[in-house]
Design a protein around this ligand. Structure first.
Ligand SMILES: [Zn+2]
Length: 342
């Protein structure tokens, strides 16, 4: 059995707007599931701490950080059409980032084998100078930069399987050759970015790999795209650490999107990423919660990822098979291979 860590703090549930799809009941459902299925007792909790201004400023403009802090100090408000804050949101967001940094540090130092940060608000849409899509700060990018600067890693990978493009992570890392970023997402779709031709710029050219999925792509297509493109690119990049922006909204029963993954497909993806981490970076992998808005999917989905991290060889799928006919992925796959010379 692996020594698997997790991060959770009550402040993550105090950032809340009950009528919004990204609300505190998401973490409540996950914790209930982990407790009633005897998973949480097998995990090691890592305490979060606030990310420092220096850690945040590696990815975000100081004036933007100050604006979020001031807005929350005065009670909060909407930062864009769908990103809310209240008086707890700034503290929750910097504790989320600091929590992922600490969990990552414990994994890199070998105190833990791997981990999953159960944090809110999510992070992958937040761009350097503004909030976007329910996200305040780019938690995964901040943790990746910290691993590079403070833990002295040469190469870090961030893999984003949330159904929405990780545009914030991409914007932050766009010119960074040391952090490989791959995102699979419904396309065209919110937030509009994530075309195959977006591959990074300047010194970062080639370090971004986008997998734009047609609606109803499901387990078979996603498995091939990861196996033959994302995993091949990861083997070539040889990261010393893999961070995963883990969104469970690519499930066919999610209310916000139209991709056909099942919980079985998600399990293949989690197990595949963990096996790849074992193969290329001493098992160092940290999952970070992003989206997922059907609690009947989210709770077992996260629970299953914890099972895979612990090395438990089973999973729970109370929902079952997707009834949709999947589109072909052959031409997408060969185009990705051509653009990235895989
Ligand atoms: Zn999402």
């Amino acid at each position: 059995m692996n020594k698997t860590g997790y991060v959770y703090e009550t402040i993550f549930c105090q950032h809340d707007l009950p009528e919004h799809p990204e609300n505190a009941s998401r973490l409540g459902a996950i914790l209930d599931y982990l407790t009633s299925n005897d998973i949480i007792s097998q995990l090691t909790r890592v305490a979060a701490r606030p990310a420092t201004p220096n850690e945040l400023q590696r990815c975000h403009h100081p004036l933007y950080i100050e604006m979020v802090e001031d807005t929350c100090r005065y009670g909060g408000g909407m930062l864009d059409g769908d990103t809310y804050t209240n008086s707890f949101s700034f503290d929750a967001a910097i504790q989320a980032a600091g929590g992922v940094i600490e969990l990552t540090k414990a994994v890199v130092k070998g105190e833990l084998d791997n981990g999953f940060a159960l944090v809110r608000p999510p992070g992958h849409h937040a761009v350097p100078s503004s909030a976007m899509g329910f996200c305040l700060f780019g938690t995964a990018a901040i943790a990746a930069r910290s691993a590079r600067r403070d833990l002295k890693l040469e190469r870090v990978a961030v893999i984003d399987f949330d159904v929405h493009h990780g545009n914030g992570t991409q914007a932050i890392l766009n010119e960074d050759p040391h952090i490989f970023f791959a995102s699979s997402h419904q396309y065209p779709f919110y937030p509009g970015t994530g075309a195959l031709r977006e591959i990074g710029r300047g010194p970062g050219e080639g370090a971004i790999l986008n997998v734009p999925l047609s609606v109803m792509t499901g387990d078979d297509g996603i498995r091939r795209l990861y196996d033959e493109a994302v995993f091949a690119a990861l083997r070539r990049f040889e990261p010393e650490l893999i961070l995963v922006s883990a969104g469970y909204d690519a499930h066919w029963q999610d209310p916000l999107a139209n991709i056909g993954l099942t919980l079985k497909g998600y399990q293949w993806l989690s197990e595949g990423l963990i096996a790849l981490a074992n193969e290329i970076c001493e098992g160092r992998i940290v999952f970070i919660l992003e989206g997922g808005y059907n609690l009947e999917v989210l709770a077992p989905g996260v629970g299953n990822t914890f099972r895979a991290l612990l090395g438990i060889n089973n999973y729970d799928d109370p929902i079952g098979k997707c009834p949709w006919q999947e589109p072909e992925v052959d031409s997408l796959l060969s185009e990705i291979k051509r653009v990235h010379r895989l």
